[in-house]
Design a protein. Sequence first.
Length: 216
Amino acid sequence: MANQVQNFVHQHNLILSLRPVFIGQLILLESLDNPAYGFYDGEFVAVIDEDEPISSGLVSEYAKKYGKEIFIHQRDFSRIEEQTRSELTKLSRSLSVGPIKKNALKQTNLLSMQMENLYRNPFDDNILTTQFQSSKNLSGLLLNNRELPRDLFHNLSQSSYHYTIAQPLLSSIIYLSFIQSLGGFNEKEIQNLFLTSYFKDIGMSLIPKELFEKRY
């Protein structure tokens, strides 16, 4: 009986202290400062120990067993937010350096990951600023490499991540390619149309992922 009460209190405390994130976001960190949990049979189950190295193999194994969502402590959540912002800022400054397709795909994945945080806190100026500057730089890369939108679409459309396939970035990339193919707009106009499309949809489609998954 005492063990049951202790477990109930422990589970209740976890509910108050854990944050859900997409499992793929963990790859941004080398390790966690606190244990991470999966939700299995109605309970939180510790699946990653603190200071345990994070690898793509570990992430894939977790996804197969528990699904796309993992629960982490607020401190680690804040670290992921900061690392996502840092990676986006750094990559935005060097998109055209090195393998362009790989850079563009990584940039779109990071934008999608950060978008989940934006939907949870749509008035965060830091996230909005990073999204604007990073998507603007991405549009410049797409305009100068006309084959990229098609390649990105084929890669990203295979994703099962809600904030990649069901939110505005993917459709705005296709929109940019279409407008460019018309030949009636200069690059600045196309870039402005891309950004308008992207941020209009962010403002109009603050759809919680739970509602999307329930519908489909």
